[in-house]
Design a protein around this ligand. Sequence first.
Ligand SMILES: O=C(O)CCC(=O)C(=O)O
Ligand SMILES: [Fe+2]
Length: 321
Amino acid sequence: MGETMSNAEIFRSGAEKSTAQVAQALLRDGVVILDDVLPAAVVDRLSEKLQPHFDTSQSGGDAFMDAATSTVTAFWGIHPEFSEQLLLNQRILELADAVLLPENPMAASTVRPAKASYAARLADPGDGCLQIVSEGTWDPARGPNCHHYRLVAGDSIRLHPGCKDQPLHRDQGVWEPYVPNDPSTPQHEMIFNLAAINFTEANGATRFVPGSHLWPKERLATRGEVARAEMPKGAVAVWLGRTLHGYGANHTDVPRPGIIFGFGPDWLTQECNLCLAVPPEVARTLPLQAIQLLGYRAGGGNSLKGRNAENLLEPGKSGAL
Ligand SMILES: O=C(O)CCC(=O)C(=O)O
Ligand SMILES: [Fe+2]
């Protein structure tokens, strides 16, 4: 049964809307579509580069990934153009900066936020038993909410003809119960899906439940609450880790390819270990921001002696490891 009875709609934005407007819609609805992110010719070049990897990639075959799907995870390592077009894309980085509120923004135009007035100090109870205590105030709505953000997940997914509806789910469910689904806390994940052909209801355009990022997790969505991310090749659907969604059934006779990647705060573990998926010798060939987004960057509570914190592939000034 299709979802044609739905009257739910997804906010759309061409390049004309400001990042603040798009971020506001994303935080309000849990999903937006960015039109015209990449020209069709660029998308076709990326698809061509992915093609041989799909020929050998494993198919799914469980309740979550239908047997009529195939995925390529380490596409960043196939060719630098994936990073150049997607990870260095200023519209994408500006939106990620506005939603994940890092101390160190990635887009050239984002203003670096004021540091949180939260600090550690040395305390003495009066008998010289020194201890470190932290104090200050922190507003999660203003951030910063992480030292930096990085890739936490990603796959290029092909829905083959005959693929059935994916169960609706929240992507950040992979970290539950350790990261609870609590709408009052800062965002923990945002996900992007580039349409590598026109996404239509017939070929499996991603299904979304706008507003579901704010629901208690017991609430179930009904068909009438589901909206379709029908969008042309080169558009990108963006959603939050808490938004209910899933791919649709592919009723056509051609595969529906998408390129998905998710960002999260540096303090959250990666769902897929991207430093193994894209090992140092391959990562070295990519631009610095891509190296950082893959996870080769220290910060916050994480460091590595002897390495440059901004690029862990480079030696640092702190002596040998
Ligand atoms: O490919 C899609 O449209 C969505 C896939 C998805 O949500 C997932 O695999 O987690
Ligand atoms: Fe998903």
